[in-house]
Design a protein around this ligand. Sequence first.
Ligand SMILES: [Zn+2]
Length: 199
Amino acid sequence: MSQTAPGKSHRVGMTLMQLMDKFSTEAAAAEWFESIFWDGKRCCGHCGGTNTHETPNRKPQPYRCRDCRKYFSVRTGTLLESSRIPLRKWAIAIYLCLTNLKGVSSMKLHRDIGVTQKTAWFMIHRIREAWLGDGGSDDFGGPVEVDETYVGGKRANMSNARRKELAGARSARQPSPASRTTTRIRSGRKSSATWIPIR
Ligand SMILES: [Zn+2]
């Protein structure tokens, strides 16, 4: 039986079953990360250029940038870089980290998704860095409810044109989905929302 009373340590917007269905294959997880990071406009993780193409047989990487001529994937320039951890595991780890109010221990993640504890620790740190930013703090002073999660590429890796486009498209209060997480912070009876940008 599930309870949804306030203060419940585990809030679920999507059931575990739905999560498993959504990320049933690596391709499905890659597609999801691409839609989150690139917001419909594929962008090179090295230089931020958008003049890109798919590579035959997706080798050595699925995409290539015509501007800097480098190969890249959805991992390039993001928290998923330089790890061979399957994207499905990343997606599920992000879900677990952001839906557990008290955080997830590396021991729990290690057991839940079948990676070593050291890898789980690495993943948790990457997720926390991306979520909170360099100067971030996890002291929200009350229960935090995660409504949606957006994990984006680093702005530093984007081209000036792309940055301008993102800045022009949305106000500072509503950054692009490609570079934000949103959490609803509840305090007492009042419910307010704040954007937590990802660097
Ligand atoms: Zn490039």
